[in-house]
Design a binder for this molecule. Structure first.
Ligand code: 0PR
Length: 386
């Protein structure tokens, strides 16, 4: 650390220089990210709430009321009249909270000590962190030939130690929606906690439905669903970090509450203590600013781009792995490995794609920063590399 203070301009110059090593969403080269540039109005609000600490809500009653309202709006979007939950740092923290609620609930009401959670291989790796932290055993549900949970296999894997079943609405790699209605029924009948990870899909499926797209039920309309992760910092265009965890019952927050005696509020259920109100306020502002119509338009446009990319890829001769359900496409070259193609794409024009694991394929997430013009440039390069 320097001894004497350094001039602001000098520091800013240094930081600007370093920042040049970062990629920018606006360059359109980031093709494998579920995050995107935050909406300018969200950034404007964010700055205003930079000092608000939701970890001590009694001091920031205004910001806390914004969090409460945001949870209610998202809850309504997911067909829940009275919602409980928080705006947290992202899908990881939201999933950890859901699993912690399930574990504690099972410990309290079913006396389960060595719990197990059933989830598919397609689940995000945040569940591995959750299981590790909470000493739970992961039991993998099988996938069917379409890379969705095989419902029968869930039935086979339920034991007296099952504390939760997890399904996904918008898988990380392929953007697919699991058969949530069927799983909800099984969970309900067996009195098992059911969590839906809609970190990606939760902010688009309801809007796409309104725009006339056909999707199965995935939310609190289904009686078995106990909690849903839904992230404003993915399809909601909110500044990071903004994840959402919505619970059906207050009890799920209660079973993981710890005493916080010297704070203005005497118990706390979130993982994080001091936590920012800025992205929550930005999320609230953006929900109002876009409204259902605005988000429908956004999600619809990104689906149009997705179909455009799919058809163009197939015209060239690439194999699209599955019919896209949300704005994610996975594809392969007929002979080249995805790793090799990914390398070539980076070399030819700086494209940053990601390689999916199950199945191995190039994976493209069509977020707001990826325009039709970018896609046409990308397709020109894919033609050259074919
Ligand atoms: N659940 C699902 C279904 C997800 O896809 C993700 C993240 C999470 C939970 C965890 O969310 P947080 O990352 O907010 O904690 N999915 C992306 C992924 O891992 C996250 C991501 C975003 C990766 C931007 C790269 C990137 O540039 O692929």
């Amino acid at each position: 650390m320097n001894d004497l203070p350094i001039d602001k301009d000098e520091i800013l110059n240094e930081l600007d220089l370093i920042q040049q090593n970062d990629l920018k969403y606006s360059d359109g080269r980031i093709l494998g990210s579920m995050c995107t540039e935050a909406h300018p109005f969200g950034k404007e609000i964010y700055i205003k709430f930079l000092d608000s600490n939701l970890g001590d809500p009694g001091l920031f009653k205004g910001t806390k009321s914004i969090e409460d309202k945001t949870v209610q709006i998202i809850g309504k979007l997911l067909n829940l009249d009275k919602a409980y939950g928080n705006i947290v740092t992202g899908g990881t923290e939201a999933n950890i909270m859901a699993i912690r609620a399930a574990r504690n609930h099972a410990r309290k009401y079913k006396n389960i000590k060595n719990g197990e959670i059933i989830l598919p291989r397609s689940a995000h790796f945040s569940f591995k962190k959750a299981a590790d932290m909470m000493n739970l055993k992961i039991i993998e549900a099988d996938l069917d030939e379409n890379y969705k949970i095989d419902v029968e296999s869930i039935m086979d894997k339920i034991t007296d130690n099952t504390v939760a079943i997890v399904a996904i609405a918008g898988t990380t790699e392929l953007g697919l929606i699991d058969p949530i209605e069927e799983i909800s029924k099984i969970a309900h009948e067996n009195n098992i906690y059911f969590h839906v990870d809609a970190a990606f899909g939760g902010f688009s499926i309801p809007f796409l439905k309104e725009a006339g797209h056909d999707y199965p039920e995935f939310d609190f309309k289904l009686p078995g669903v106990c909690s849903i992760t839904v992230d404003p910092h993915k399809m909601g265009l909110a500044p990071i970090p903004a994840g959402g965890i919505i619970f059906r019952k207050k009890e799920y927050l209660k079973v993981m509450a710890v005493d916080s005696p010297y704070l203005t509020v005497k118990t706390q259920s979130t993982i994080v203590g001091t936590r920012l109100g800025a992205s929550t306020a930005a999320t609230y502002g953006l929900l109002k600013y876009f409204g259902r119509k605005g988000y429908s338009k956004l999600a619809g446009r990104l689906m149009d781009n997705t179909y455009f990319l799919k058809e163009s890829l197939e015209k060239i001769g690439y194999n699209v792995i599955v019919e896209p359900e949300l704005n994610i496409i996975a594809f392969n070259h007929p002979t080249k490995s995805p790793e090799k193609l990914s390398e070539e794409l980076e070399k030819i024009n700086g494209w940053k794609v990601s390689v999916a694991n199950c199945p191995k394929a190039i994976r493209i997430v069509l977020m707001n920063h990826v325009t039709k013009t970018h896609l046409k440039e990308f397709l020109d390069d894919l033609k050259k590399l074919y």
